[in-house]
Design a protein around this ligand. Structure first.
Ligand code: UT7
Length: 326
């Protein structure tokens, strides 16, 4: 038995922050941001919107698309690094908001690769028959942990949520074929949030040093990302005896247009096969892959039998790829 993606949904908060807005906040320019990242604007959660508020909207849409009553969901796995509370999980809050009592619910922490990690976990539960369906959500409000005086990072991030409903199928020709995940914990310092955890609990010093915000070595992340994404895409395709030429569409974490262009070029995949939306949303962390999948799906991109290659990388570093036959 395999699991397949029976429905998708997404949500981005209403407020839009443009590059021009950022020009007024830090020493940057629309031209620089567009040239170096491809991002033109991003959505920002309002002060009364937390991660689960975005997640609920995406989840309800995905359940509707999959003809599944949210109360009948049996497992909820949320990829996030910005849960509403340090504990319990955003998944628990989401479950409560959905009025669901049947599911077990937990978060997966793999930064921008969070939804791919969550998908991999939920896939195992559904494909093994342990549950009849699963709700996978990627949701983040990275703007809450962004230092708005740091031009290296504040131009990149936006908020959003994406969701996928997984159901089982006996049809061997469709579904989630292979997913492979990787981590390299030696790379923690190149992208992390040093303060606010158990090493440096919130204190006046943490606030003064701004260590409760995302810290990133952009160049290192860039270098690691291109190599890691290419390798894991080749790995999942090879596991299914497929080549990049067999790929119908690419759904990729929207980190930076240049990272994606370089990865696609190495794989000899035309950019036209990759749904891009980072110009509108920026890097939405764990939300990025399911938001992108939902946009492409609702635009009518996917037909039965299409081979879809998904990839993501984020802090940890944590990365992976998945190959799905629609
Ligand atoms: O999901 C994973 C999350 N992270 C990422 O995907 C980040 C991956 N990395 C990147 O996207 C890129 O490294 C950035 C977009 C963050 C930066 O682009 P870059 O081409 O690597 O620029 P750089 O860091 O090498 O900086 C080049 C110059 C520097 O000036 P000097 O030292 O050459 O005088 C920076 O100070 O650009 C300067 N700079 C800026 N200028 C205008 C850095 N940020 C900005 C800015 N506006 N926002």
């Amino acid at each position: 038995m395999r699991s397949f993606i029976a429905g998708t949904g997404s949500y981005a908060p209403e407020k839009v922050l443009t590059n021009r807005d950022l020009e007024k906040m830090v020493e940057t320019s629309d031209d620089w941001i567009v040239e170096r990242t491809g991002i033109r604007e991003r959505h920002v959660a309002s002060p009364d919107e937390a991660t689960s508020d975005l997640a609920v909207k995406a989840a309800v849409r995905a359940c509707e698309a999959a003809s599944l009553d949210p109360k009948d969901v049996e497992a909820i796995v949320v990829g996030t690094i910005t849960p509403d509370y340090p504990f319990p999980s955003a998944a628990a809050v989401l479950q409560g908001r959905l009025g669901n009592k049947k599911a077990f619910a937990f978060d997966v922490s793999a930064a921008c690769a969070g939804s791919l990690y969550a998908l991999s976990v939920a896939d195992r539960y559904v494909a093994s028959g342990a549950v009849k369906n699963a709700l996978v959500v990627g949701a983040d409000t990275l703007t809450r942990i962004t230092d708005w005086t740091d031009r290296n990072t504040c131009i990149l991030f936006g908020d959003g949520a994406g969701a996928m409903v997984l159901k089982p199928t006996d049809d061997p020709s469709r579904g989630i074929l292979t997913t492979r995940l990787h981590s390299d914990g030696a790379l923690v310092p190149i992208l992390f949030q040093p303060g606010g955890g158990s090493r440096e609990p919130i204190s006046e010093k943490v606030l003064r040093d701004k260590s409760h915000f995302v810290k990133m070595n952009g160049r290192e992340v860039f270098r690691v990302a291109v190599r890691a994404l290419e390798e894991s895409c080749r790995e999942v395709l090879a596991a299914e005896k497929l080549t990049p030429g067999d790929v119908t569409y690419v759904i990729a974490h929207q980190a930076n247009k240049r990272i994606l262009d370089a990865t696609l070029q190495r794989l000899e995949l035309p950019a036209s096969k990759c749904w891009m939306n980072l110009e509108k949303y920026g890097n939405t962390s764990a939300a990025s892959v399911p938001m992108t999948l939902d946009e492409a799906n609702r635009a009518g991109w996917f037909k039965p039998g299409d081979v879809i290659l998904m990839m993501a990388i984020g802090g940890g570093m944590a990365w992976g790829a998945s190959v799905v036959r629609w």
